[in-house]
Structure formats: structure tokens, C-alpha cells
Write a protein that binds this ligand. Structure first.
Ligand code: NAP
Length: 239
């Protein structure tokens, strides 16, 4: 059984990536934080070819307990693909940003990369095969006012992507990042789409499926010589 773990697979971009991974023949571990009903919908959409794995990616003890135990109990089913997708934003100008906003966003978007990936990496190294895909953001490339916390976290993951790619390239593991622009999900629900889409050359928000298509490319065996890269999926909205 070939397994793919998608963090934040209950909704939005993560759900579309789960569907793609199932389409590629993977048994999908659908991580979510609290929205069980939506996670079950994702599982139904992939016709039950996977299972739900509830843990908070911002909580290293939960990661160790839930994901660590799953790995321990499934020695014959190594995780070949890891998509670090779970993320949140909590915007505010820095002058008004409180410590909790900073810490929560850094823990969920950046620390999670370290604690989740570290657990999965051992098996990938033993198998001499793996695909790690980190969902970052235009905000981490360009920096966006009102998002010092989120831009810092995503830029941190971009740096880690490039560093880890060099550490594990010899072992047949690639590490790449996807940087979406504005994608239609719950995360962008409150934004002024009419005003923002005027700035995007494609004149529209992207769809989760358009990010998932790029994830499927990075996940494919054919992408074996591409590592340490950041691929923008942003309708031409360059920095
Ligand atoms: P979304 O619709 O808000 O969905 C977020 C997903 O992450 C949900 O499945 C949620 O689980 C999960 N999640 C959040 N916090 C978590 C935690 N602490 N532990 C485990 N799971 C957690 O977001 P999205 O738009 O699909 O975003 C997915 C990724 O793309 C994020 O990393 C985001 O930063 C990035 N991104 C999005 C956009 C965009 O325009 N949408 C642009 C650039 C980058 P629950 O359902 O249980 O809450």
C-alpha cells in the first residue's frame, strides 16, 4: 500500500490534493484539526481509499502521539508522499499584532513543517524514495502588508524546503514548494474578490484543483530531478 499524507486535507486546497493523490493510486491519510464532518466528506470523495488522522499540526505532542503511532503501527505501509498543506492566517498590521497572533501563525505554518516532516523522513530515507511538497504562499515570496507573521512563516518554509532538498537529494527524495496566489477557499472567503482580481493578470481567483494539479506533478515519479524549487500558482500575479 502506497501512502500519501496530506495535512489540512479536510477542506480547500488540501481536499483537492487528497483527490489527486487518490487518483494517482495512493491510500490517503487525511489530516485535519477539528472539522470532522468536512474531513469525512473528503474521505467520501476519494471513495474511502484512505483514513482520517486528526491532530493539530501546531502541537508537537499530538503529532508525535497520533502520527508517530500510525507510523509505528504501519511499518509495511510507508508514507511516500507528504504534503505539508495545513495553514492559517491571522492578519493584522504589525503595530497591532499581539504575541498570540504571531505565535499561532508561526507554529501552525512553520513549526509544523519541522515536526511532521521529521517523523516521515526516516521511512523515506530507508525506502530511498520520497516526495515532500510544502504549500507556501505568494506572501512568503513577496511579503504582504498585514501579514508579517504569515509572510515570515511561509518564507521560513521556503528556506527549509531549499535546505532539506540538498540534504536528502541523494536518497531519492525531492522537496519542493507550491506558492499559490489567491485561491477560492474558506481562507480567502472574507477578501474583496472583485477588487483583488483586477490585480491578477488572469483576472480571477484560482481553484484548489489548479494547485492540486501542480502538487500531482511534484508527486509524480517523473519529477525526480526537480528539487528545492518553488512553483507559483498565481494566475501571473508575480512579485
Ligand atoms: P482552508 O480552506 O482554510 O483550509 C485549511 C485546512 O487546514 C483545513 O483542512 C484545516 O482543518 C487545516 N488546518 C488548519 N489549522 C490546522 C492545524 N493546526 N492542524 C491541522 N490542520 C489544520 O485553507 P486553504 O486556502 O485550503 O489553504 C491551504 C494552504 O494553502 C495553507 O497552507 C495556506 O496558507 C496556503 N495558501 C492558501 C491560499 C489561498 O488563497 N487560499 C494562498 C496561498 C497559500 P479543519 O477543517 O479541521 O479546520
Amino acid at each position: 500500500m502506497k501512502c500519501a499524507l496530506v495535512t489540512g486535507g479536510s477542506r480547500g486546497i488540501g481536499r483537492a490534493i487528497c483527490q489527486k493523490m487518490a487518483g494517482l493510486g495512493y491510500y490517503v491519510l487525511i489530516n485535519y484539526k477539528s472539522n470532522r464532518a468536512e474531513a469525512e466528506k473528503t474521505l467520501a470523495l476519494i471513495a474511502g481509499t484512505g483514513e482520517l488522522l486528526q491532530f493539530d499540526v501546531a502541537n508537537k505532542t499530538q503529532i508525535q502521539n497520533v502520527l508517530g503511532n500510525w507510523i509505528e503501527n504501519n511499518q509495511n505501509n510507508p508514507i511516500e508522499i507528504l504534503v505539508n498543506n495545513a495553514g492559517i492566517r491571522d492578519d493584522s498590521l504589525m503595530a497591532w499584532m499581539d504575541e498570540e497572533q504571531w505565535e499561532k501563525v508561526l507554529k501552525t505554518n512553520l513549526d509544523s513543517f519541522f515536526y511532521v516532516t521529521r517523523l516521515v523522513l526516516n521511512d523515506m530515507m530507508a525506502q530511498k524514495y520520497g516526495r515532500i511538497i510544502n504549500v507556501v504562499s505568494l506572501s512568503g515570496l513577496k511579503g504582504l502588508a498585514g501579514q508579517t507573521n504569515y509572510s515570515a512563516a511561509k518564507a521560513g518554509v521556503i528556506g527549509a524546503t531549499k535546505a532539506l532538498a540538498q540534504e536528502v537529494a541523494r536518497q531519492g527524495i525531492t522537496v519542493n514548494a507550491l506558492a499559490p496566489g489567491f485561491i477560492k477557499t474558506d481562507m480567502t472567503e472574507g477578501l474583496d474578490e472583485k477588487e483583488l482580481k483586477a490585480l491578477i493578470p488572469a483576472k480571477r481567483f484560482g481553484l484548489p484543483e489548479e494547485v492540486a494539479a501542480a502538487a500531482a506533478f511534484f508527486a509524480s515519479p517523473e519529477a525526480s530531478y526537480i528539487t528545492g524549487q518553488v512553483l507559483s500558482v498565481n494566475g501571473g500575479l508575480y512579485t
